[in-house]
Design a protein around this ligand. Structure first.
Ligand code: HEM
Length: 417
């Protein structure tokens, strides 16, 4: 058996926090290895990168999720009791509840709502001297996804709810005030959704026959494997698992504008759907979003000549796998055309997790994300906009990352067609 390279620090959490997205990649490079041991949050952890590591990580016979994610992430980003922490048949059953929302018609309906919000926003943007794209996209997505999910959102609440959903993402990887703000936001948002669930539960017959059931109704009336309704808190967590990440697509919308601006030669022809798709895939590969995913080994195994022990926590480098020099040619170059020559491998391009959507913890919202990103490329490609002087730098030590300015646009003009 080969010895697993190890970090010789008492605890490497500070390195992880200061190196951010680059931490695992940097240290894999130093150790010339796809894995290394480190103590993170005072626990022995195996950090891994690359497609073969992803294959191990997403093998449900070897790995489980229960007890893998740090509590501070559950209290902010995921919520306690959500699908992210389930395993085996309980996971597959709950996951199916999400997958049922992802029909082509369901995705079309959400995309139409987002498109309507773009059309509503554009005249306002034209009248503004500067448009902070990140913030404006959050409003667009919040209005659209709440309507799509059947969550009533009066106009006077849009700003507050948008901030709440955004804060859960923004504060997830942080410590101090931003972390506490994220926890407060989650608490308030869970109460908000909980009240809506109670209302549906009080008169379920009014909703049972509804032909086009929204996520709110479906989740409120969903039954687990034992035929029981889910606890109200769990339904709230799962509804927020639809609203919050849809709002997070605002980050990818900003990255799209950033890429269109920084690499104009790579701009796709917006009438060429495949070129638009390649551009979006490269944005998902190149730009930082989720840094890592966590799991635990179910039993002792041998993997690639290493002996790995049961119970060990694994941290899979999602960003680093998308930038792995072993898997990608010139990974630090933004080049959508790379997708002309290759099939997309379920373990190589993993910004939203890897493997199978139904069986593994791979993101059920991946098709929504792709569709809304493709539509954003078309919207931005048709509009006129200028990028004034601003700090567009993306600091990879900050999780979640964004261009420092949030992407300010000027002279926005709607297409005249
Ligand atoms: C901004 C775009 C998005 C990114 C970058 C993203 C990323 C991810 C990642 C990395 C995971 C975890 C994979 C793992 O644990 O192995 C995940 C899981 C998940 N995502 Fe997304 N996601 C996005 C959009 C969405 C959308 C639009 C939805 C729903 C409408 C969604 C719902 C979920 C849910 C429910 C899970 C948990 C799945 C499970 O545990 O089986 N995500 N996502």
């Amino acid at each position: 058996m080969t010895d697993i390279p190890a970090e010789h620090r008492l605890d490497s959490t500070l390195d992880l926090m200061s190196e951010g997205y680059l931490y695992i990649g940097n240290h894999c490079q130093t150790h010339q290895s796809p894995l290394f041991k480190a103590r993170i949050l005072f626990e022995n952890t195996l950090c891994l990168r690359g497609a073969e590591a992803a294959r191990l990580f997403y093998n449900t016979e070897n790995c489980r999720r229960e007890g893998a994610a740090p509590v501070r992430l559950q209290k902010t980003l995921f919520g306690v009791g959500g699908v992210q922490g389930l395993d085996d048949s309980a996971h597959r059953h709950r996951k199916a509840m999400f997958m049922d929302l992802m029909s082509p018609q369901g995705i079309d309906q959400l995309a139409e709502r987002v498109n309507t919000e773009w059309q509503r926003a554009l005249p306002q943007w034209e009248a503004m001297e500067e448009v902070l794209l990140f913030k404006e996209c959050q409003f667009i997505l919040c209005r659209a996804v709440c309507a799509w999910a059947g969550v009533p959102l009066p106009e006077e609440d849009v700003e507050r709810r948008t901030h709440q959903l955004a804060a859960m993402i923004d504060g997830a990887g942080t410590v101090g005030p931003r972390h506490w703000q994220a926890r407060r936001s989650r608490h308030d948002a869970e109460n908000w959704i909980g009240k809506l669930v109670e209302k549906i539960r009080r008169a379920p017959d009014d909703y049972e026959d509804s032909e086009t059931q929204s996520a709110l109704i479906r989740f409120s009336l969903h039954r687990d494997e034992q035929g029981e309704l889910l606890p109200i808190h769990t339904v709230s967590v799962e509804i927020l698992n639809v609203l919050r990440p849809t709002l997070a697509i605002s980050r990818y919308m900003v990255f799209i504008a950033h890429a269109l601006h920084c690499w104009p030669a790579t701009r796709p022809d917006i009438n060429d759907d495949e070129a638009v798709h390649r551009f979006v895939q490269e944005v998902r590969r190149y730009y930082p979003f989720f840094p890592v995913a966590a799991a635990r080994l179910r039993h002792d195994i041998e993997w690639q000549g290493y002996s790995l022990s049961a119970g060990t926590r694994l941290l899979l480098d999602l960003y680093g796998t998308n930038h792995d020099p072993g898997g990608w040619e010139a990974p630090e170059t933004f080049n959508p055309e790379r997708f002309l020559q290759r099939e997309v491998d379920a373990f190589q391009l993993i910004p939203q997790g890897g493997g199978d959507h139904h069986v593994n913890h791979r993101c059920p919202g991946e098709w929504i994300t792709l569709r809304l990103m493709e539509d954003t490329v078309r919207q931005l490609g048709r509009m006129h906009w200028q990028v004034p002087e601003q700090n567009l730098e993306i600091d990879l030590s900050e999780v979640p990352a964004l261009p420092q300015s949030g992407m300010v646009l000027r002279e926005v003009r709607a297409p005249r067609d």
